[in-house]
Design a protein around this ligand. Sequence first.
Ligand code: C2O
Ligand code: CU
Length: 541
Amino acid sequence: HAQARYTFVVEETPYTRLCNDNTILTVNGQFPGPTLYVNKGDTIIVDVINNANYNITLHWHGVSQPRNPWSDGPEWITQCPIQPGANFTQTIIFSNEEGTLWWHAHSDWARATVHGIVVIYPENGNSYPFPKPDVEVPIILGEWWKSNIYDVYDESLRTGGDPNISDAYMINGQPGDLYPCSSPGTFMLNVDYGLTYLLRIINAVVQDIHFFAVANHSLTVVGSDASYTKPFTSDYITISPGQTIDVLLYADQKPDYYYMAAKTYASVFNASFDNTTTTAIIQYNGNYTPSSTPSFPNLPFYNDTNASVNFTGRLRSLADVNHPVDVPTNITHEFFYTLSVNAFPCPNSSCAGINGTRLSSSVNNISFVYPSIDILEAYYNSINGVFGTQFPDFPPLVFNYTAQNLPLEFEIPRRATEVRVLDYNSTIELVFQGTNLLAGADHPMHLHGFSFYVVGWGLGNFDKDKDPLNYNLVDPPLQNTIAVPINGWTTIRFKANNPGVWFMHCHLDRHMSWGMNTVFIVRNGNASNARLLPPPSMPPC
Ligand code: C2O
Ligand code: CU
């Protein structure tokens, strides 16, 4: 297997969008950042050099990093941040995944501009489980802020309210011509009639799930989160922050110009809602007279929860001889984790959240607090007092999760750094239950270190007697990020076969910053495996 080495210099770079000059954090001056191409089975080395004035860490989203949590990247979980002027060499092991993933900053909200695609080809000699596309096209959904993203972040934490929204969504770094002062840069995909295009789509947006569609062209979904899916055709896709979806697009329509477009799916109207639409253009090559304006795709309405969950519910693993499913069936641990947006009282009701409270969020009513030494180092070196190991298996209070207007005592979470320790090879079933404490929301939950099988989901309260009867143990999709529907539930299963310290959190960054996070520590099953040793120089705390 190849062992390539890359240098990623994090730096502040001038960029202009919407006629607004700004300085943003980039890797190697590129925005979106550099694309990495690897084959399944490769290991790469990335020398991260921090030439910016901010602390930084980089994460390889969806890469399981077997026995190698040291290079996973979330700040205060597996490492301390790389300080300005410092550097850190990360080793990334692509052992299980195949398809599309991405890398992004995992410190504050730096991932808003510090992100890029990872394309993972099959091992040499293997091919895709679908006819080889003629052309592959990365599509990154991102955002432009006229202000500095650190100011947006700081202000929201200081006031305790919802963060300001971005000024535009973008496709491949360009807002598209529906935004003022943006048309010259609109991303254009020139296609030849008759060819097949593989779009590798990544949602790198900070706070929103998106709908995406292409006018007059249906999309054939063939993969998600670097796992192949049974092909199915849809007029639109729903894609969560963190998630990747691979689709085939057949250039089989009348030669013309067509819009591709993406906009927010927002189940509730809140301060982070943005009704604007980002566009790019598909242009057929050849001699023809184009329509005066390109046709526009039908995107579901912004709050169409059925459109959102129906799409996600169609994802299925291939489950064939070459891509068998391996869903754990002997479950050793059952967990039930509630996901809540809560409120903290503020002195004199002086904060910008609802009724003068400070917005907060929690898992099983614990709002995660980052420690000041990373949990991996504390665990490895047995440093006491950094984290507790009493994360509850179930919420402390049982109630009607999706009812509204519950008493305030349900809403005030405990702030703590509690983790759950798992024995090596234990088999986990975890039900995520969204609550309606302050407000319901869809929560794209992401687990580091593993992909998990999504065996069931539904709207409303989980019914422990009935719902498990409908679990799909035959061809459930294998994901690293799954949107738990608003006031609904989702059940995942995975085997704790990857020793290390692994973060799990909502991939809406405001919810992450408010505490919708937790950590699994998976014990070492084989002490002789050297991978668990830290590399020679971890960034100091
Ligand atoms: Cu995409 Cu914890 O991250
Ligand atoms: Cu969330």
